[in-house]
Design a binder for this molecule. Sequence first.
Ligand code: KG4
Ligand code: ZN
Length: 340
Amino acid sequence: MGKKNVIILGIESSCDDTSAGIICDGFLLSNIITNQDVHNQYGGVVPEIASRLHQQNIIPVVDLALKKANVKIKDISAIAFTRGPGLMGSLLVGSSFAKGLALALNIPLIEVNHLQGHILVHFIKEKDKEKTFPSFPFLCLLVSGGHTQLIVVKDYLDMEIIGQTIDDAAGEAFDKCAKVMGLPYPGGPEIDKLSKVGNPDAFKFSLPKIDDLDFSFSGLKTSFLYFLRDKVNEDPEFVEKNKPDLAASLQNSIIQILTQKLIKASKLTGINNIVLAGGVSANSGLRNSVIEIGKKEGWNTFIPELKFTTDNGAMIAITGYYKYLISDFASIDIAPLARM
Ligand code: KG4
Ligand code: ZN
């Protein structure tokens, strides 16, 4: 590969996945992710363990990403890293590594907002794959373990949040309710699996009445918790007997909360380019529902490929690529931010 190619190494370490992705001129070359399964037994991410494991994983992950991409380290144009939001101890590992490598190679350092990364996965090109890309402006429903937002995306790096959760995130609602049902962490994928064989109308939980384009999930969580507590008092085997129906009904409620606001936002803004992003966009029920609603509403709907839904280095690299093109570089004394 010659000097003209723009090759970006993207480092993601905001939560419990250590990941490195390489993007060359907007094309994906590699995307390596190590999950930290050790957190499952604790029912959630243990920050201290997460940062220690990032420290162990980061060099092998970057090394593998380079090998898989067939790129030599001296050919990299710039290093992009997740500045935040996320767990401070986790962010520190990725940012310190990125700074050290950028200094050693004497190449630019690029800071990336993790949430922007989730959205820009929709612009990753892949060799020999026909893809259509969303056109600006588009409306993005960003749903992850830490965030639930409606965002008007005017350009690659020009975004405006028009609605967000006032309490829990959609992913948290999945994870917390799954925990109450005795399912392992993270609960979202478990609920998704069980839902496939459950009846979404078996149980009804109270849905929030929140104005504007904001979301709330804490009421649903409480309603679910109290419902289970009462039922288990009557029959200790209740959860065991009704797992698929409980999962499908819960998932149905979460999807309703999300899609009602998405429809409202599309009507209010007049935007019908609709984009899903974030870890919860892996949910098969949500994906199907947004596609179905899109057909009725006349949307151009963009659903991310599953491999790009949860945290990954390629999303940081593609964002870094667009920042590189406008020379938006970070100084070496930049600090990570838990909240952005
Ligand atoms: O974006 P992400 O990987 O990390 C954050 O930035 O938070 O999202 C993780 C969240 C978790 O809450 C997880 O339960 C949820 O995404 N998730 C899902 C599914 N896959 C991941 N939720 C519902 N259904 C899924 N299939
Ligand atoms: Zn994420």
